[in-house]
Design a protein around this ligand. Structure first.
Ligand code: UDP
Length: 312
């Protein structure tokens, strides 16, 4: 079985590549490396069952031979990245998705797209269930990501209903683990690296906003099960253990234990969602999936990676 993974040099794409190779698939990884890093897949490059294409999927995508599955994980995914690259973010979610759907149709492959909790915007329903339509500002700074992902879902569903393509949609909630970029601006890499360096932890606003963090292995398991399921509607995958950003900052201070670090309040970014927590009843029902790794356990598995990256 052969699988194409876009964004393969990124955080999630590289973990997915590992998982599919471990399951015995042949993996083709594709990435334009604007936010991904070859470091994440250096260990795969010598393998016969892994091929890498340096390519931007918002341009026509050609892959020789047969394909069984396509997993579209290419996209800037942190708020500072998509603020820096708004057009690329829109293009990879829209044109990139269209190209890959066309490829999936030509190859008769099943396609899974990486959607996001951002489709719910600053949610008015809590926790977020898949049947909630969201509260997104299309012209705000986050609109480039949120609307690209909403379009991506709509386009994927249209290929499913109109062309009968086999499609799967995963809505990913905040995920963390080794291989996140230290400087990607997301709260977890920011806080951990600031704590290691003995700097201020940049808490945006009063820190009362909440997030719910899922360890990468749990997410990968959920995605694997969804791909192999027969469920074409969107499914939330995330961990329901919700925490305020202020409490999370204190937790990271305790974990890292560097007395020099402190809490440094900064302005809240525009349209920052006030709360976020997945309702994962659907994943439990249709995939028999639930997260297994607690935040304490996941942070303990992640810290050594950041210690090495920040100190080197
Ligand atoms: N945040 C923060 N300090 C940082 C980075 C982020 O307080 O250095 C906050 C941000 O305002 C948001 C939450 O942490 O409320 C999660 O932000 P992140 O960028 O990780 O992803 P988001 O969930 O907003 O997409």
């Amino acid at each position: 079985m052969k699988v194409l993974i876009t964004g393969a040099a990124g955080f999630l794409g590289s973990h997915l590549s590992d998982r599919f190779l471990a399951e015995g698939y042949e993996v083709i990884g594709m990435d334009n490396l604007i936010t991904g890093s070859m470091d994440n897949i250096a260990h795969l490059m010598p393998r016969e069952d892994f091929t890498f294409y340096h390519h931007d999927v918002s341009k026509f995508v050609h892959v020789p031979g047969e394909l069984d599955y396509i997993l579209h994980f290419a996209s800037p995914a942190s708020p500072i990245d998509y603020l820096k690259m708004p057009i690329q973010t829109l293009k990879v979610g829209s044109l990139g998705t269209h190209n890959l759907l066309g490829l999936a149709k030509a190859k008769q492959a099943r396609m899974l797209i990486a959607s996001t909790s951002e489709v719910y915007g600053d949610p008015l329903v809590h926790p977020q269930t898949e049947d909630y339509w969201g509260n997104v500002n299309p012209v705000g700074p986050r609109g480039v990501y949120d609307e690209a992902k909403r379009f991506q879902e709509a386009m994927t569903m249209a290929y499913h209903t109109f062309h009968g393509l086999e499609t799967r949609i995963v809505r990913i909630f905040n995920t963390y683990g080794p291989r996140m970029r230290v400087d990607d601006g997301r709260v977890l890499p920011a806080f951990i690296s600031q704590a290691i360096r003995g700097e201020g932890l940049t808490v945006f606003g009063d820190g009362s906003q909440t997030r719910s963090f899922c360890y990468v292995d749990d997410l990968v398991e959920g995605i694997y099960r969804l791909l192999l399921s027969d469920y074409p509607q969107p499914v939330n995958i995330g961990n329901g253990d919700e925490i305020t950003i202020m409490d999370f900052a204190r937790e990271v201070l305790d974990l890292v234990g560097n007395d020099k670090a402190w809490l440094d309040h900064r302005p809240l970014p525009v349209d920052d969602p006030k709360k976020r927590r997945p309702d994962t009843s659907l994943a439990r029902k249709v995939l028999d999936w639930q997260p297994k790794v607690s935040r304490a356990e996941g942070l303990a598995k992640t810290l050594p990676y950041f210690l090495e990256k920040v100190k080197s």
